[in-house]
Each structure stands twice: as structure tokens, then as C-alpha cells.
Design a protein around this ligand. Structure first.
Ligand SMILES: Cc1cc2nc3c(=O)[nH]c(=O)nc-3n(C[C@H](O)[C@H](O)[C@H](O)COP(=O)(O)OP(=O)(O)OC[C@H]3O[C@@H](n4cnc5c(N)ncnc54)[C@H](O)[C@@H]3O)c2cc1C
Ligand code: FES
Length: 268
């Protein structure tokens, strides 16, 4: 975890309520899909957690929904620098691949790859996102394709106007399915209809979508969950949720949790 200043290279609207930030850190950062930054917001005491959705060399991309005062302020920062703590949180794992080479540990022997081969022979991955929850999944999709997994992504949005990352997903060697509430379709229905319920999965999105997915899937998987955060790095306990193995901090023990760990009622 580092406290770093980032140069704002780009900040532009990509949908009616979401904008994309391109940030250049002063030093290279290792970021795993599902990890986030705690961004400082001018005039606000508390930082705001935002996932990394992409990277281009050392430049990190973030996609932010203007949800309230803090994120609206962020949407207006067109240049200069922004301070952030991160990367924070555990991030997603890839099926059959153990995280590797992401901690900066020297001499791990795996070259520039981010993951080492695991024992499991899993080669397929289902990625399911809803709305701005698709942000961390874009980076995950990129890493999963790079790691040689056969990826199917199902992304759901309110309507076509609010869809995110269509261009980026088309450029990846994966099967992506977009669906829209306005057209009477949602991500969980697509997963059921397409017979994808037995695949290892990774998901992020609105709580009803994630709960629906948890009961639809016969396979194991991981969910990235959201709570309001205080410090963002494990000190205040403000983000704690109940899990089957006791209280866990979303910022430090999560935000990614295994399907069986989450006590969904405690998130409602
Ligand atoms: C680990 C993590 C990763 C996240 N990644 C992203 C991301 O990539 N892009 C993105 O747009 N947003 C992301 N969020 C959500 C984002 O942090 C909140 O939308 C933001 O903090 C709201 O701040 P605000 O001052 O604009 O809104 P506020 O005025 O604080 O709140 C506006 C509305 O959003 C709700 N809200 C605020 N914070 C959260 C939260 N953490 N979870 C759920 N609801 C909240 C409030 O209850 C209120 O209804 C993430 C949150 C977490 C915990
Ligand atoms: S936000 Fe402080 S412990 Fe998680």
C-alpha cells in the first residue's frame, strides 16, 4: 500500500452518469484486478474507494459513477494531481492460477506473468457484472484472457445508453453478452438461459444481482462487495461485514469474498 500523487491525464464522460479518469502515478504500481484506490476528494475529509478498471503501462484507468457529492467533485478535476492510497484490497483470483509476481517480490521466477500455474485444471471463467460493478471486471477480463482462460462475460446495464466498456470488451478474445433492464433482460437470467451456472465465476454489481447469482450458480466463485468506507486500509473497522467465519473488513480482507463466505442478509 502506498500514498501516491497521480497526474490526471484524462477525465471525460463515457456515459450519462459515468466518467473515466486516466491517472499516472509517480512510480510504477502493481495492481491486481479487483483492487482499488482510495482517492482524496478536494473539500472532503473521507477518501472515496474506486476500483482500477484498466492499465496501460504505468497509467491506471478508473471509471466512476457520479453517485453523490464526492464523485461529482472528482468529475470536475480535469488536470493537476490527485492523491490516492493504494492499491488496496485483496483482488480477484484466477481459477487454476495463483496470484504471483504482484507483490514486487524479487526472484519469484515467473518472469513478467502475473499468475503462476495452479494444480487445478480449470480453464474456463464466467465474469458477471452489473452497472458500474463492471469496472473491476474489465481489468479481470483482460488478465484472464492473457492468462489463457476461456472467458465468457455477461454485463448488464439499465439501458443501452448506460452501457460501459463495449469497445474494450469487443477487442478482447472472449465471448461477451450485454443485456439491458430496459429490454426486459438481466445478467442472472442470461447466465441461466445460456447454461453457464456450473462455471467458476467472478462477479461485481448491485446487491440483488449478486444475491440472485449466488443462488443461481452451482459452482464456486468470488464476489466483490461494496460498503461505505472510512480509512480504506484496515484501521477503523468501519467497513466490517458478517461472514460465515466472523466479521471481516471489506477494505482489507476483501473486497473480494468467496461465494460461501458471504452472509447476504448482513449486506442488505
Ligand atoms: C471497494 C470499492 C470499489 C468501488 N469501486 C468503484 C468504481 O470503480 N467506480 C465507482 O463509480 N464506484 C465505486 N465504488 C463506489 C464509490 O466508492 C461510491 O459510489 C462513492 O464513494 C460515493 O461517494 P459520493 O461522495 O459521490 O457519494 P455519497 O454522497 O457518499 O453517496 C451517494 C450515494 O451512494 C451511496 N454510496 C456511497 N458510497 C457507497 C459505497 N461504498 N457502496 C455503496 N453505496 C455507496 C450512498 O448511500 C448514497 O446513496 C466502490 C466502492 C467500494 C467499496
Ligand atoms: S474502511 Fe477502515 S477498516 Fe475498512
Amino acid at each position: 500500500m502506498k500514498i501516491t500523487d497521480f497526474k490526471i491525464l484524462k477525465n471525460e464522460w463515457v456515459s450519462p452518469d459515468c466518467f473515466e479518469l486516466s491517472l499516472e502515478p509517480w512510480e510504477d504500481l502493481d495492481v491486481r484486478p479487483g483492487q482499488f484506490l482510495e482517492l482524496s476528494v478536494p473539500g472532503k475529509t473521507l477518501r472515496r474507494p474506486v476500483s482500477v478498471c484498466g492499465r496501460d503501462g504505468r497509467i491506471l484507468r478508473l471509471c466512476v459513477r457520479a453517485a453523490g457529492e464526492g464523485t461529482v467533485i472528482l468529475s470536475g478535476l480535469k488536470n493537476g494531481v490527485i492523491n490516492a492510497i493504494g492499491p488496496l484490497g485483496n483482488g480477484f483470483s484466477l481459477p487454476g492460477k495463483d496470484p504471483c509476481c504482484t507483490s514486487g517480490a524479487a526472484g519469484c521466477g515467473h518472469g513478467s506473468g502475473m499468475y503462476k500455474e495452479g494444480s487445478a485444471a480449470e480453464s474456463r471463467l464466467l465474469i458477471v457484472g452489473g452497472g458500474i460493478g463492471c469496472a473491476p471486471l474489465l481489468l479481470l477480463a483482460e488478465e484472464a484472457v492473457k492468462a489463457g482462460l476461456e472467458v465468457t462475460a455477461v454485463f448488464g446495464f439499465r439501458d443501452r445508453e448506460h452501457a460501459l466498456f463495449e469497445r474494450e470488451m469487443k477487442a478482447l478474445a472472449l465471448r461477451s453478452i450485454y443485456c439491458f433492464d430496459s429490454e426486459g433482460d438481466d445478467a442472472v437470467s442470461v447466465v441461466r438461459r445460456e447454461g453457464l451456472t456450473d462455471l467458476p465465476f467472478r462477479a461485481c454489481g448491485p446487491l440483488p444481482m449478486m444475491e440472485g447469482l449466488a443462488s443461481a450458480m452451482s459452482s464456486d466463485g468470488e464476489f466483490s462487495v461494496e460498503t461505505r468506507m472510512g480509512c480504506g486500509f484496515g484501521a477503523c473497522m468501519g467497513c466490517s461485514i458478517r461472514t460465515v467465519s466472523g466479521m471481516k473488513r471489506v477494505c482489507k480482507d476483501g473486497p473480494v469474498f468467496r461465494k460461501g463466505e458471504i452472509v447476504w442478509q448482513s449486506l442488505r
